[in-house]
Design a protein around this ligand. Sequence first.
Ligand code: ADP
Ligand code: ADP
Ligand code: ZN
Ligand code: ZN
Length: 792
Amino acid sequence: MTTETKTASPFGAIRVRGARENNLKNVNVDIPKHALTVFTGVSGSGKSSLVFDTVAAESERLLNETHSAFVQGFLKTPPRPDTDVLEGVTAAITVGQEPMGANPRSTVGTATDVDAMLRALFARLAQPHIGGAQAYSFNVPTVSGAGAITVNKGGRTLASKKTFTQVGGMCPRCEGRGEVSDLDLTAVVDMDKSLNDGAILVPGYKVGGWAVKQYAESGLYPADKLISSFNKRQLETFLYGEATKVKVSDINITVEGLINKIRKSILSKDPESLQPHLKAFIEKAATFAVCDVCGGTRLSEEARHSYIEGKSIADLSGMEVRELADWIDALEDPAVAPLVKNISKTLRSMVHVGLGYLSLSRATGTLSGGEAQRIRMVRHLNSALSDITYIFDEPTTGLHPHDVARMNQLLLDLRDKGNTVLVVEHDPETIALADHVIDMGPGAGSAGGTVIYEGDVEGLKQADTPTGRHLDDSETVKQGNDIRKPQGYIEIRDAHIHNLQHIDVNIPKGVLCAITGVAGSGKSSLIPGSLPRNLDAVIVDQSAIKGSSRSNPATWTGMLEPIRKAFAKENGVKPALFSANSEGACPNCNGAGVIRTELGFMETVTTPCEVCDGRRFDDSVLQYRLGGLNIVETLDLSAQQAAEHFAMEAKIPAARKICEALTAVGLGYLGLGQSLSTLSGGERQRLKLAVHMMDQDSSILVLDEPTTGLHMQDVRALLALMDKLVDSGKSVIVVEHNLAVMAHADWIIDIGPGAGSDGGNVVFEGTPEELVNKTEAGKGTLTGKHLAAHVR
Ligand code: ADP
Ligand code: ADP
Ligand code: ZN
Ligand code: ZN
C-alpha cells in the first residue's frame, strides 16, 4: 500500500517519496510532525533502513550543509540517502543503544550533568564560613562566571588556604578517573629480543624508525643485547629513566624511560580519542587499579572533606539515585532553590525511566545498551529544545513490563513539548500509544521493504499484517507433561556481588529456565555474574564481535572456508583466490572495498574503491563460477537464499548447515557478505547464537534478552528454536522480560522484589503456572502480576 497517509497533522509531515536504502522498495510515507510514530514490522523488514538510514541520515546531512565550506571539509559528510524526495525533516537526535564509551572519567553523574550541578550546589551552599575558619575554593566549570567560590570544610578549620581551581575538585593522582592505570611490561617490551631486533612492541616503534633509534642509539644501554641481559641500572634507565640529553644521528635530543614516555604520550589520553591501533594496544597493555589516593571517589581531598548536612559529594555520588532525589528535595535553602529544582528534575527523570537504582558514581562503561539509551534520554527530557525529531531504537530494551509504562509516558512528554518522536519498537504497550503506526514488511530482506499498513492503532489491530495479527496475543503457560523435568542443577551459593543478598540458587539443567525481575533487580549480577567459574557454559550476549572491519557473516561463521574450497575444486584453481583478504583481493583497495584516506589530524575518510566498485575482489576472479554464480554474487545472497543455493545449484553441505542456522535464529535476511559493523546488538547476539547452536561442546547456553530487536512473530520462531536446543540436550538459561518467553519457560527464577538495594533476593522459583496461581491467590510478585494479566 503506497497511498498518501490519511492521518493529517496540523504541523505538517516529514514527506518521504521513493526511499530505496537497503531493501526499501520506493517507499512513500508521510510521518506526522509533533506526533508519536511507531515503526513496526518483523526483524529485517526495513524499519531501520527507513528511520535511521533515510530520515536520520538526511537530517545529519542537512545539518552538515549549514556549516561553512571550510568546516564541511572536516566533517564526515554522510552520502545523500537513496530517495527521490525527503522534505520537512527537522534537526534529528538519535537516541540509540550503543554502549557508552569506556572512558573511565565518564560516569552516570557526568553523563547526565548532575555532577556539575552538585559541584555548583556545594559551592553555593557554603557561605564564607562563620567563625573565621579558612575556606576552600570550589571550581564550578559549567556555571559561567561562578569561578572559584568558597566552601566550608565540614566545620573543621585548617591552616593554609588551598584552592583547587585548576583541577576542579578532581583527585590529582588519578585526574578524576577513580582508578590508576599502569602498563603490563610484557605487552610493551619483549625481553627476549634486543632493541635492534624489535624488542619494543608499541605501535609506531619500528626498528630503523626514529622512535626506536632514539633508544637504540642513545648509548645509554647496548642495542644488540637481549633486554633480559641488561643489568639493573641499564634496565632502570631504559624503562624508567628521567629525561637525559643524548646525541642521536648528530642531533641533540632528550630521551626518557620508555614506560614514562608511553604513560605520557598514550596512557594519559582518553582512549576514545586514540587511533584504533593505539586503542587496541592500550586495551592489551594497560592494567587498572582503584586509585590509592581518593579510593576511587575521583575527588580531591578538599572535595572529599566538604559536607552539606554531613554528606560529602562522594557520599551523594554513591547513593542510589532515587535516594539522592529524596535527599536533594529535602534541602530547604531558598538561595539554591532553582539549582535544587534542576538537580531534582534530572534525578526524577532517571527514576522515571527505571534507572533509580543506579548511582552517579557508576562508570558508564559498565551500563548495558538499554541503560545507556535511557541515560541519553534523560538529557533530552530536560532540554528546552522543541521541534526536534527524536528517534529511538527499541527504548523498552532491558525494561520489565512494570517499567515500560513509565518509559512510555516519557515518550509522550517529549512529543507534548512540541517534538516529533519516531520509535522503532515491538512492545505492544508502546505500539498502543502511537498516534501513527508505520508497519513495514511483509517479510524480511527482499521479502520486505514496503509499507504494509499506516494509520492509527485501531486500524492496525484489524490489519492482516504480522504486527496486526500478533498485537493482541495472549499466552498459555506450560502445564503438566509439557513441563520438562530438571536433569540436575547448577548450584550457586552465597551469591553477593553488587546487590545480591547472599543468595543460594539452584538453576535446573536440561530445561528452558527464565531469569526475571525488574531492571536493576540483580538478574545479570546472578546470571552470568555469579555462575560457577568452571562451568561449561557459553554466554551469548549483545557485546561487540571481535574481528576486523572486513568481517561478515560468511567469514565470521567459518562458512567461507568450504565455499572457497568448493569454488577452487570446481574451477581447478587455488582456494586463496576466493578470499578478499588474500590472493583474490582487488589490488587497489586490497580487498577492503573502500579506500581510507588518513588526514593526519582529522577523522579518516572512507570512499568506495573505484576499481572494484566496492566488490572487494579482483576482476579476474569473477570469471570463476559455481552453481551459476561468481564469488561476489554468492556473497550477495541472503542467508536464506544461500541455504537453498548450497542445497541445490552449488552443493556445499557445511555452508548450507550454517545458513540454515542463521535462518533459524531469524537472520535469514542477512547478506553473507554484509559487514558485521552494520548489525544491531540483537542481530549480533543471534549471530553468535547461530554459531553456538552448532557447537557440540557447550552444554549450557546463557542468553541475555535474546528477544531484543525481534517482532512478536520472530519471538515465536526463537521459542521454537530454544525448544529444539533443549530437546537436543542443552540447558538454556535466558534472562528475559518478554512475557511470551516467560510463559514458555519450564522454570522461572524471579529476582526482586525491587531494584538495587530493594532487590537482590529470589522472590519466586517454580513453573510459570505456579507463579500465575500464586499471584491470583494474592501472594505473587510483580512479574507474576504482569504474566497473569497476559495469559489466557
Ligand atoms: P529492521 O530494522 O526492520 O530490522 P533493517 O532496515 O535493518 O530492518 O534491514 C532491512 C534489510 O536491509 C535487511 O535485509 C538487512 O540485512 C539489510 N541491510 C541493513 N543494513 C544494511 C547495510 N548497511 N548494508 C547492506 N544491507 C543492509
Ligand atoms: P538487572 O540485570 O536485573 O537489570 P543488575 O544485576 O544489572 O540488574 O543490577 C543489580 C544492581 O547491581 C543494581 O543496583 C546495579 O546498579 C548494580 N550493578 C550492576 N552492575 C554493576 C557494576 N558493574 N558496578 C557496580 N554496580 C553494578
Ligand atoms: Zn584518585
Ligand atoms: Zn577495490
